[in-house]
Write a protein that binds this ligand. Structure first.
Ligand code: IMP
Ligand code: MG
Length: 186
């Protein structure tokens, strides 16, 4: 039987076991780094960061809050970010005086994270760091240096594990590369 996602999948780039092993390492590293600080708050960037957040937080052994921020970039081209970023849903909690760790699925141009970090900075947290599962480092347009990176990947459009292909397939437990023909055919 062919599963619906299979017609879009060129190859599995990072399988589930590899993802989970790396996420456990990141959780341990974050737990050690924040052991002496209190008021840790994980900020998940919706929607793509949601799978990563829920797995990562299981490996963070120190007490922390979570909150969610939904942003989208708008303008030309559905799959290429522009400098125009908009908040679709703001945080519920205040961040003043807290140690913020942003949890993001992927950094591409960097526009989204630059906007988010500048916005949060203006609310006077104690600190801000950035944890991204994936980094397409070669695509960077604006300067953003993640503090924690799961995997640096090549410039290919990927989906699964929180990342969407036209809003679907975020549930897949692995990161897959989209067939180029699937992107062109729309
Ligand atoms: P940036 O603002 O260019 O860094 O774009 C970041 C956002 O673009 C991410 O949060 C994703 O939503 C989206 N994005 C970038 N590359 C991919 C990809 O390969 N697959 C799915 N979404 C992506
Ligand atoms: Mg997206």
């Amino acid at each position: 039987m062919t599963l619906p996602y299979e017609k879009y999948l060129q190859e599995i780039l990072i399988d589930s076991d590899t993802l989970q092993a790396r996420i456990a390492e990141l959780g341990a590293e974050i737990s050690a780094d924040y052991a002496e600080r209190d008021r840790l708050m994980l900020i998940c960037i919706l929607k793509g960061g949601v799978m990563f957040l829920t797995d990562l937080m299981r490996h963070i052994t120190i007490p922390h809050e979570i909150d969610f921020l939904a942003v989208s970039s708008y303008g030309r081209g559905g799959r290429t970010a522009t400098g125009n970023v908009r908040i679709d849903m703001d945080l519920k909690e205040t961040v003043t005086g807290k140690n913020l760790l942003i949890v993001e699925d992927i950094i591409d141009s960097g526009y989204t994270l630059r906007f988010v970090m500048d916005m949060l900075e203006a609310r006077h947290p104690a600190s801000i760091r950035l944890c991204t599962l994936l980094d397409k480092a070669s695509r960077r347009v604006v300067k953003i240096e993640p503090d924690y990176t799961g995997f640096v990947i090549e410039d290919k459009f990927v989906f699964g594990y929180g990342l969407d292909l036209d809003e679907k397939y975020r549930n897949l437990p692995f990161i897959g590369v989209v067939r180029p023909e699937a992107l062109l055919s729309e």
